[in-house]
Design a protein around this ligand. Structure first.
Ligand code: IVH
Length: 720
């Protein structure tokens, strides 16, 4: 079986001989089974969803032509392979079904016509009667079923083969969008169904964390969500940013609702998240407009969707329409055209990040993917190239999803040129120093060992230094950095502040004139004074990003004090080679190291990485050189007025706020003296409850903590 995207045969099904059709049917069955296994059991699909759908469509078309080929083993008759893992099995009270797909306007129209004809046949529906559809985005995650009895969450399971799934209750209990107890009155027995997913941003951050820790990274948010849910250790799942949207039910005893839209309303009352874009559409035109609207919003949504779902709103009508094999007749998934294209792989480049991590990048013949020209796509890491077996010269399939970096999904075997060579990941950094590359223990990341000497890392570090969240120097973009570096104007960050002495050299360069040079000098001078948090972020300490830099700045206050403490911590650490425990770090290693480990969000791993960084003599020279040219503003620990309304109070915001962003609300609470945290505990003083709030609001009620609605908060926090 090919390891990459197999593309369906170009011959139309009607033109196949019966023998060819039979042979292809057999091949497709095996191929679909192979991809099902990769997708459902290993969370590691080799082909895109669009290619998978194409395989299934082709199989279906062949079966329509030769119905004798249909039997119970055909993928058209089953949902997915029976799960085979270490999780206990759960039999669903009612099967979890799948949806039929529509890929075009015509297919959508055919569905709408089918529904109307079906209802005319089954009910006394008038010819011009309105059929309302509940329309929802189709979340690209994995479906689960949650069993509630007397309002209590009892058991949660994956879909599995539709009849039997895997018991992932312990893992689901860690998902914040899943209530442990339903609010208000709920049916005696209820299966709530919906989608577990991961937001794109959280997925990227998680992958960065995984990579930094040398752990497995995931190709996309869906795989990350699936992989995170199917952890045998619920403690690991708890650290993964999983989310949940509810959109269906299985068993419901008694069922009080008569329409799907009414059910969505109840879900919210019980404490679930329901997709806010869901909408009731009363005419076919409204349904089509919904599809267009969601297609436009798709790139800016925080999570991946792959289409929209239409469901007949009236449940008595759903029951009349019933099911065919694996899917209901009353619903359909209208898929978005995949943003994919094929193009030639001209080369595989190796990019060196500022910490020395080597990332393979596909150099592509530029191609239009869903309206955007793509010439580069990520190949993630050495393991991924190995898995895909893509080779220079191959025709490859490129996918672009939302704002995610384009990626290579696989190659087209039929179009592989005669002479290709397996890609060998370089053993040495592509930089002029050719330093050795080291595989991080157990991890997939390969890193250049050149450290601060590696020219490529130097350039990347400079780029980071001037970027928006660091020194934010306008007019000094990535290409300038590279050119200045090449010509010796810039080597280390301190050189940036020496550029104003070299205006004549710059003015002589191509593309520079009096005005641009003057602007650049002004931009640099404006940054000679900088806050400590930006300074810490800018120097690029491993594992320290914007948020942690802020915390460190708050903790240590001034640049000198901070640097002295870091050096002291590094010195203490070298004398204590045994791995330290956070709680014992101060006594076993030393006071400065102990203080660092105990800073919020730091811990031993990060502290060790920081100590290694500050243990490098060269690093210190670079920092001292910089400090000599700058005024670093100390970050004051927030001085709170004695009469501040929320002095010493711990506040939690939960749910969606309508009139302000979460950050703005948080900032206001801090101004009033509060400490804002994420979780509700006995120590919490106040919980501000927005729309669609879930478990935190409930916990606050259970613990008898004061709560406020958004309106109450606005009134309370207004004024001084
Ligand atoms: S309804 C009987 N609604 O799509 C109908 N499914 O291709 C049950 N999905 O298995 C499904 N968003 O994993 C429904 N708003 C939505 C959905 C949705 C995503 C997934 C779900 C389902 C698959 C079917």
């Amino acid at each position: 079986m090919s390891r990459a995207a197999k593309v369906v045969s170009a011959i139309a099904v009607d033109d196949l001989t019966a023998r060819q059709a039979r042979a292809e049917h057999k091949r497709l069955k095996a191929e679909i089974a192979h991809h099902d296994k990769l997708y459902h059991e290993q969370d590691a699909p080799e082909i895109s969803d669009a290619d998978y759908d194409r395989l299934r469509q082709r199989l279906k078309a062949i079966e329509e032509r030769l119905p004798e080929l249909v039997d119970s083993t055909s993928p058209t008759q089953t949902v997915a392979p029976t799960p085979t893992t270490a999780f206990a099995k759960v039999r669903h009270g009612r099967p979890m079904l799948s949806l039929d797909n529509a890929f075009s306007d015509e297919e959508l129209q055919a569905f709408l016509d089918r529904v109307r004809r079906g209802l005319e046949r089954e009910t006394d529906l008038a010819a011009d009667a309105e059929i309302a559809f509940a329309c929802e985005p189709k979340i690209d995650g994995l479906s689960i079923s949650l069993r509630y009895e007397d309002g209590e969450f009892i058991v949660g399971a994956t879909r599995g083969d539709g009849t039997t799934g895997e018991d992932v209750t312990a893992n689901l209990r860690t998902v914040k969008d899943i209530p442990h107890r339903l609010r208000g009155t709920a049916p005696r027995a209820l299966d709530v169904r919906g989608e577990i997913y991961m937001e794109r941003k959280a997925f990227q951050q998680m992958n960065e964390r995984q990579e930094a820790a040398g752990e497995k990274t995931f190709a996309n948010p869906r795989n990350a969500a699936a992989g995170s849910l199917r952890q045998l250790d619920a403690g690991i799942t708890a650290t993964r940013p999983l989310r949940f949207f509810a959109y269906a039910w299985g068993e419901a005893e008694p069922r009080s609702w008569k329409t799907h839209s009414a059910y969505l309303g109840l879900l919210k009352e019980w404490g679930f998240k329901v997709n806010p874009l869901s909408q009731l559409c009363r005419t076919a035109d409204e349904v089509r407009a919904f599809y267009r609207r969601i297609a436009v919003e798709r790139p800016s949504l925080p999570y991946d969707i792959d289409g929209v779902v239409y469901k007949v709103d009236r449940i008595d009508w759903q029951e009349r329409l019933g099911f065919v094999s694996r899917a209901p007749r009353w619903a359909i998934a209208h898929k978005f055209p995949a943003e994919q294209a094929r193009t030639r792989l001209n080369g595989i480049l190796i990019q060196v990040g500022r910490t020395g991590a080597l990332t393979p990048v596909a150099d592509l013949e530029p191609v239009n993917v869903g309206g955007v020209m793509v010439a580069r796509a990520t190949l993630h890491n050495a393991d991924e190239i190995e898995r895909l077996d893509v080779r220079v010269g191959d025709m490859v399939i490129v996918q672009r999803a939302g704002d995610v970096i384009p990626q290579v999904l696989g190659y087209v075997p039929e179009e592989r040129p005669k002479k290709t060579h397996k890609f060998h990941f370089p053993t040495h950094c592509p930089c002029p120093l050719h330093t050795e590359v080291r595989s991080e223990e157990g991890g997939v990341v390969r890193r250049c060992t050149g450290g601060l000497e590696c020219p490529f890392q130097q350039v990347e570090r400079l780029r980071h230094f001037v970027s928006r969240n660091c020194f934010d120097i306008e007019g000094l973009g990535g290409t300038h950095i590279e050119n200045f570096w090449r010509d010796g104007l810039l080597k280390i960050p301190g050189d940036i502040f020496r550029l104003p002495d070299r205006v004549d050299d710059i003015r002589r360069r191509e593309g520079w004139g009096d005005l641009s040079v003057r602007n650049l000098v002004a931009a640099i001078e404006a940054r000679r004074t900088i806050t400590l948090d930006r300074f810490i972020n800018a120097i690029g300490i491993p594992l320290i990003g914007e948020a942690t830099a802020k915390i460190l700045a708050q903790e240590y206050g001034a640049a000198d004090a901070w640097l002295a403490e870091m050096l002291q911590a590094a010195a203490e650490r070298t004398k204590a080679p045994e791995p330290a425990k956070k709680e014992k770090a101060a006594t076993e290693v030393g006071p400065s190291y102990g203080r660092l480990c105990n800073v919020e969000q730091i811990g031993v791993t990060t502290a060790d990485a920081m100590c290694a960084f500050f243990g490098e003599g060269h690093t210190i020279e670079i920092i001292r050189d910089l400090l000599g040219q700058l005024t670093v503003q100390p970050v004051e620990r927030r001085a709170v007025a004695a009469d501040a309304k929320l002095r010493d109070k711990i506040v939690v915001f939960t749910g969606e706020l309508a009139s302000m962003t979460r950050d703005a609300a948080k900032a206001r609470a801090e101004e009033l003296g509060a400490k804002v945290t994420d979780s509700v505990s006995k120590k919490t003083s106040l919980v501000v409850v927005g729309e669609n709030a879930g478990s935190k609001a409930r916990k606050a009620a259970e613990l008898g903590i004061q709560t406020m609605t958004e309106a109450e908060w606005l009134a309370f926090s207004a004024g001084s």
